[in-house]
Design a protein around this ligand. Structure first.
Ligand code: PMP
Length: 412
């Protein structure tokens, strides 16, 4: 968008937002965007490029939300934009299968050894929902096991206990145990093992802040699920193509039965996918008896953007650099917090990290300090900050300077 166009749309949005009540519930379409956890009004963003976004007042921010992890190449990467323009010149929606679907599926199959076949969906939610259904069909069992603090989208089975509107009968089929707790996990398997269709887990938890798996934890889950005939689903919606080209399963050397993807594989467009060995995936319709379909599944624009994004990651693997940048941030943030006497725990896996403050008020003070200085972090202490290839060392220096200043406010 040109500067004039951005200004024009910003002032249009400002005018609209002056209406006394929004036509949107809570002014948003996804609750965390309402910024209620930091006690500010929803922030309207109107444009983004690289590591930068601009709000409706024309204020630029250095962005660490990064499309909640989808934008590993930064906002509006030129190659992704080019692929989208090309795709748009062909059509918007074909309605039958298009040429990029096979190509993107093939990239995922080649990157992730546990995956032989892929089915695209339009969100990570839908991918996880379908993976759970597939697991139930393949095992003939009905219970599923999830971990406290994990997030697998908002379908009924994986949201049991976290939202109103789920039938009690269905909620009873979900067993929830603490993450990184082998004793509780083994006890749950002792009680429910023969009824469990699947264990679904974020290999690195990213929705209770970043919580890496304890040493040996994923291997233990793998061994015990195998022993009990339970399918292991890795939810790699966040970690896929972020922690490594082959995702967390490559980084930790664990082979799950099924994997779900989203975010990065769509290059910023709505997407999800599930994948696994042919023998399981063949149970999906039209080959098998487990239904999944969708008007927008494999949408041409999402396929084109995803393919362009993955090609970039394949041609110029950013993982070494992102890890080095992440390490530096983690070390410096810890030093800065210690120097200011702020008790904070920093958890990191590759290019995603979270600061855990002792108390919500400290987090809010820190977040507001960043925002006042033009830095946007997720407005919730349970979300991760994400780096992208668009974040330069100079950007990170600025982030560190600002974060150090903001620790002062958080320490009071
Ligand atoms: N799984 C994980 C681990 C996620 O973080 C998310 C979304 N943040 C989802 C699934 C759901 O994906 P979507 O928002 O695309 O439905």
């Amino acid at each position: 968008m040109s500067a004039t166009a951005v200004r024009r749309s910003a002032s249009a949005i400002r005018r609209r937002s002056h209406r006394p009540s929004s036509a949107l519930v809570g002014g948003v379409n996804s609750p965390v965007r309402a910024c209620r956890q930091v006690g500010v009004d929803p922030i309207l963003l109107v444009s983004g490029r690289g590591a930068r976004v601009v709000d409706a007042q024309g204020t630029p921010f250095l962005d660490f939300i990064m499309g909640w992890g989808a934008l590993i190449l930064g906002h509006a990467h030129p190659e992704v934009v080019r692929a989208l323009r090309q795709a748009l010149s062909r059509d918007i929606l074909l309605g039958l299968t298009g040429p990029d679907e096979e190509a993107l599926a093939r990239m995922i199959v080649d990157a992730v050894p546990s995956v032989e076949q892929v089915r695209f969906t339009t969100s990570g939610t839908e991918a996880c929902m379908t993976a759970v259904r597939l697991a139930r069909a393949c095992t003939g069992r009905s219970k599923i096991l999830i971990f406290e603090g994990g997030y697998h989208g908002h379908s009924d089975s994986v949201m049991a206990g976290h939202t109103a509107g789920i039938p009690e009968l269905l909620a009873r089929e979900t067993v929830s145990v603490p993450f990184n707790n082998p004793g509780a996990f083994e006890e749950a398997l002792r009680l429910h093992g023969p009824q469990l269709a699947c264990v679904i887990v974020e290999p690195v938890a990213a929705n209770m802040g970043v919580v890496p798996p304890a040493p040996g934890w994923l291997a233990r889950i793998r061994a015990l699920t195998k022993a009990h005939g339970i399918l292991l689903i890795f939810d790699e919606v966040v970690t896929g193509f972020r922690l490594a080209w082959g995702g967390a399963q490559e980084a930790f050397g664990i082979r799950p039965d099924l994997t779900t993807f989203g975010k990065i594989i769509g290059g910023g467009l709505p997407i999800g996918a599930l994948g696994g060995p042919r023998r399981l995936m063949q149970r999906l319709a039209p080959e098998g008896d487990v239904y999944h379909g969708g008007t927008f599944a494999g949408h041409p624009l999402a396929m084109a953007a995803g393919l362009a994004a993955l090609k970039q990651l394949q041609q110029r693997p950013p993982y070494g650099r992102l890890e080095a940048q992440g390490q530096r941030l983690e070390r410096r943030l810890a030093e800065l917090a210690a120097a200011r006497g702020v008790p904070v725990r920093i958890n990191r896996a590759g290019s995603m990290f979270t600061l855990f403050f002792s108390g919500q008020e400290r987090f809010i003070a820190w977040w507001k300090g960043l925002r006042a200085a033009g830095i946007l972090a997720p407005p919730s202490p349970s979300e991760a900050l994400f780096l992208s290839t668009a974040h330069t060392d100079a950007h990170l220096d600025r982030f560190l300077r600002t974060a150090g200043q903001a620790f002062k406010a958080a320490g009071r």
